[in-house]
Design a protein around this ligand. Sequence first.
Ligand SMILES: Nc1ncnc2c1ncn2[C@@H]1O[C@H](COP(=O)(O)OP(=O)(O)OP(=O)(O)O)[C@@H](O)[C@H]1O
Ligand SMILES: [Mg+2]
Length: 461
Amino acid sequence: MSYKVLLADDDKNILAALKLQLKVEGFSSVPVTSPNEVLSALKEQDFDLILMDLNYHHDTTSGDEGLNLISEIRKNDQFIPIVAMTGWGTIDIAVDAMRRGANDFIEKPCDNNRLLNILKNLLALSESQKRSQRLASENELLRSSSQPQHWTCQSDAMKQVMTVVNNVAATDINILITGENGTGKSQLANIIHQLSLRKASSFITVNMGAINDAIFESELFGHVKGSFTDAKANRIGRFELADNGSLFMDEVANIPLGQQAKLLRVLESGEFEKLGSSKSQKASVRIISATNADLEDMVSDKNFRQDLLFRLNSIEINIPPLRDRQADIPVLANNFLKKYNHKYQRNIDKISVSAMDKLLAYQWPGNIRELDHLIERAILMATSTELQADDLLIKASATQDKNISPNNENDEDWAQLSMEQAEGKLIALVMKRFHGNAKDAAKSLGYSKSSFYRRLEKFGL
Ligand SMILES: Nc1ncnc2c1ncn2[C@@H]1O[C@H](COP(=O)(O)OP(=O)(O)OP(=O)(O)O)[C@@H](O)[C@H]1O
Ligand SMILES: [Mg+2]
């Protein structure tokens, strides 16, 4: 890797000599001749080190310009190595430079070997600082993400999903995954990354449901030390961690409205700034997002930006609920049986026919996650080597109530419905109460007119 050094001196001959010397050693460098140019170069480009004179006018020797420049640089960047070049016999100034944040100094005319030694040591040190920062951030994330397990797609519905996935995974297209709770959105996001050309780089997850307004920017884009009270050290954001890889934005409907414009800008340009820094950074990130909300609805209710949605859902992949892909149930159930049989050291190797019938008849409001938990509990309950219908703790009524019926207001039944079913049932009930007056029904439920009509259509009411 070639390091990039910012060279600052008002003497063009010195600049030319230094540039040549660094080039021989394999460094690239950018020469500038004034403190202002130093500051603007730092705003526009990334450098690995600054080598700077302390005086910028022929007749000055106080070093003030250079010393102020060091303070100025340190306001925005606590880490970049700075080496000050001092005239002979000005050790006091050199000490002052170090106090203001320079990492080392060298007397002019520069001794070649000493200069190279200083540069190499400082660069190695800053490399290792950057590495440990990155590791700390990555470790923190790894602890929160789990390894993918089996991926079952026996049903036609899931095979269709996987056809789309196989077609788009290797492109850089942004993908929005929709589906009810527990249908496998998070796991699919991971699979898409594994099938992509970015698989050698990181798969970074950020759960928008857990990120409020206050920490949004710091989490996504990072911050520099001191940018707010608790910012005790520099922090790398998830966007930067996902560079060359994929960023999975889970529960994307929860992005605070105020932050959506910021995110949109970053997605459009690939550029972002750390909180507390004015320097733009670039990252190449593929965005996969997931939600169980109806983003179109949120757009018409002005809770989600249309332009952001367009950015996220270049391709939308809907994972159907488990009740609509029954062919997956036996395979999944048997996989979970194996898993928990092993985990709890039991010897239950089969699911009885009647137990399987019960699984197939159930509506699965919690989808695959619910099936997983149900089998786990059943394994712990079972008394024979075959899982029996009675081992499966499903409410009988829930398996029969396949249709949404506005006449049935039993609490237990409501509790077995998916959110979507419950919504449909509620809307049907309220429409009945208002004798089919959609405007009043919408108002009483707090829906906007447009989103209410869309729902009526959706539920065939
Ligand atoms: N096709 C599948 N084959 C096997 N296991 C699956 C499949 N889909 C999901 N699972 C398992 O089901 C559980 C729930 O999946 P996941 O967390 O991906 O769902 P989700 O849609 O992201 O849920 P939520 O909406 O709560 O975020 C996980 O344990 C996952 O491993
Ligand atoms: Mg999830």
